[in-house]
Design a protein around this ligand. Sequence first.
Ligand SMILES: Nc1ncnc2c1ncn2[C@@H]1O[C@H](COP(=O)(O)OP(=O)(O)OP(=O)(O)O)[C@@H](O)[C@H]1O
Length: 296
Amino acid sequence: MAAIEIKNLIKSFGPVRAVDGVSFSVEAGSVTGYLGPNGAGKTTTLRSLLGLVTPDSGEALVNGERYGTLPRPVTEVGAVLEATNFHPGRTARNHLRVLCTAAGLPDARADEALDQVGLADAADKRVLGYSLGMRQRLALASALLGRPRVYILDEPANGLDPAGIEWLRGFLRHLAHDEGAAVLVSSHVLAEVEQTVDNVVIIARGRLVRQGSLAELTSNGGEVIRVRTAQSADLAPALEAAGAAIERADDGLLRVRGLDAETIGRVALDRRVVLTELTQERSDLQKVFLELTEGR
Ligand SMILES: Nc1ncnc2c1ncn2[C@@H]1O[C@H](COP(=O)(O)OP(=O)(O)OP(=O)(O)O)[C@@H](O)[C@H]1O
């Protein structure tokens, strides 16, 4: 049984089909990126998993059950939703302690969770003075309280600075790969999750566009560097001699595998070859995502 299972989920709001027959699952020990442009239906899917939206049909299950029938949800699933509201006058520690009390967890979990997300030093500050990034960390801390093995995170990187995003990547990988949790994380920015996830599910307008492991979706049969020059007859044999596998396209374009861009540039310099293009080809995943988000 997968930790998270979405089976042919359908949900409409009036005339809008927010989610239109989506199915996928997330196994323990892995991070899945749930990607799609704004309005694709990501939040509706995640809210269905948390019992906050009632699907028209299909199922959204955590550990094989609907959220509403989980005996102790706080110990099974941790969630971060968009625009989480905190009582602004409360300190972070108090906020988490209130949640601990409500969930029957020891107070000590509040401090442990704050420590885990790097907020220990700000524990006694009122949430009012928190930056958006700190609020995201606090939201994550509240998801950790019951030490669940399933995490459902809606755009958790929103508001984080680059260092915060880097921290989040490491943290989510740690939860999945070291602690064996199943992590489902949504984003409308591919680059945010590309270095974190094991699997990718892409949706647009409520429908599944692509799913698979990151390795499958980014392979392209190995990294390809696009090299363009009017002197390809000169350059290609030199690159091959340096170990490249080359596919020749029209107008002097060489698709080169097996050498990095710097090596290719050096070989070209040695041969006094002028390059008019030296770029890394986009992966299939980047192409699919770009097509979906272009013009938005
Ligand atoms: N409660 C609601 N009432 C009416 N329409 C809704 C409601 N929730 C979502 N929608 C609509 O359903 C569609 C999918 O929205 P959803 O929030 O699930 O997408 P999303 O992929 O999470 O987008 P975003 O990244 O912008 O949050 C949108 O057209 C949205 O306007």
